[in-house]
Ligand binder design. Sequence first.
Ligand SMILES: [Zn+2]
Length: 290
Amino acid sequence: MWDSIVRATALNNTIRVSAVVTTKLTNEASLRHQTFPVATAALGRVMSAALLLTWGLKGEGAITVRVFGDGPLGGIIADANTEGEVRGYVQNPHVDLPLNNRGKLDVGGGVGGGNLYITKDIGLKEAYTGSIPLVSGEIGEDIASYLTRSEQIPSLVSLGVLVNPDFSVEASGGIIIQVLPDTPEEVLEKIEENTAKLKPISTLVKEGNGPKELIALYLQGIDINYLEEKPVNFRCKCSEDRIKNILVSLGKEELKDMIKKEGKGEITCHFCNEIYTLSKTELEDILENI
Ligand SMILES: [Zn+2]
């Protein structure tokens, strides 16, 4: 099954829902950053959330989700765009924690207490950033609290990642259901009833349910209007040109120092862990053109 995102509405647009399967891209992020299971689960959930939140953005819009807790994982950052591209990293990928009291990867314990920041870039000069204190650090609840408090839209958010004993990703995905004002009470009750009966979302993905099937399960008994499905991928915007621009911004003195001390430039992209190596001649070329 390919990773993809599906958006839909229901009941004359009073419910909007978006579901995503991110198993392959979370596995790629895990391999790139060599994450241990708790870090894999946290990063997978944050990347799924970033993709789901691109709902309604147009053109070159993008979402950045930043989770800054005081737990051992440190910061977790992911950004996603309307092309279905996402990238992300976790500050401390090698965190090992015992399972929590529900027998699950302890993402909340790894994240700790702190704040969640969501930046919406809709292509204007200034991006909008909203923040809330973390509720549990489990990410899903935190995103739901953000949407309910900042955007005043009651939201159900479920995010999950299953990691195999060999650290590969077995399943990863998520769903956001937003209920606009004026939705009849019995519809809300129906969604809550459906949700309570369902297995955890990572299990549903493991069992082979794609985003469309996930939406159908959560909104069982409600007419759904599917809007679009598109693939999602781990993709970083870094390139040799961008790295060269970063070197230019370091300034002459620092570049001279790098050439003198190291004889080459080695820059690692935080987001994808790609290492760019520039030779002494390349560094000297950049220096000449500053
Ligand atoms: Zn990169």
